[in-house]
Design a protein around this ligand. Structure first.
Ligand SMILES: [Zn+2]
Length: 90
């Protein structure tokens, strides 16, 4: 089972920094609409480049913008799982 420690303060602070400006999802390459409510599938999250499970941290250097849905699809896998050319989820 995957443990998500997304409630800690460093993650929340750095997630906000990661999503500053006009963020583009690092996983699918599409813009992130910051007006969407948290927990909306296309809302913005900060994806861990190196997952917690592999020893990754909440430092800014380990975070990239990603849609919640893309982040969940990617999970703890290191290789990209999202087909950037797919348009099926729009
Ligand atoms: Zn995305």
């Amino acid at each position: 089972m995957t443990v998500h420690r997304t409630s800690n303060r460093r993650y929340r602070t750095n997630r906000a920094k990661t999503l500053e400006g006009q963020p583009v999802c690092a996983l699918c390459g599409r813009a992130i609409d910051k007006t969407l409510l948290q927990y909306h599938p296309h809302s913005g999250t900060a994806h861990h480049v190196l997952p917690y499970a592999k020893g990754g941290t909440d430092e800014l250097t380990n975070l990239v913008p990603a849609h919640l849905e893309c982040n969940q699809k990617q999970g703890d896998k290191l290789d990209p799982v999202i087909d950037r050319t797919s348009r099926e989820w729009i």
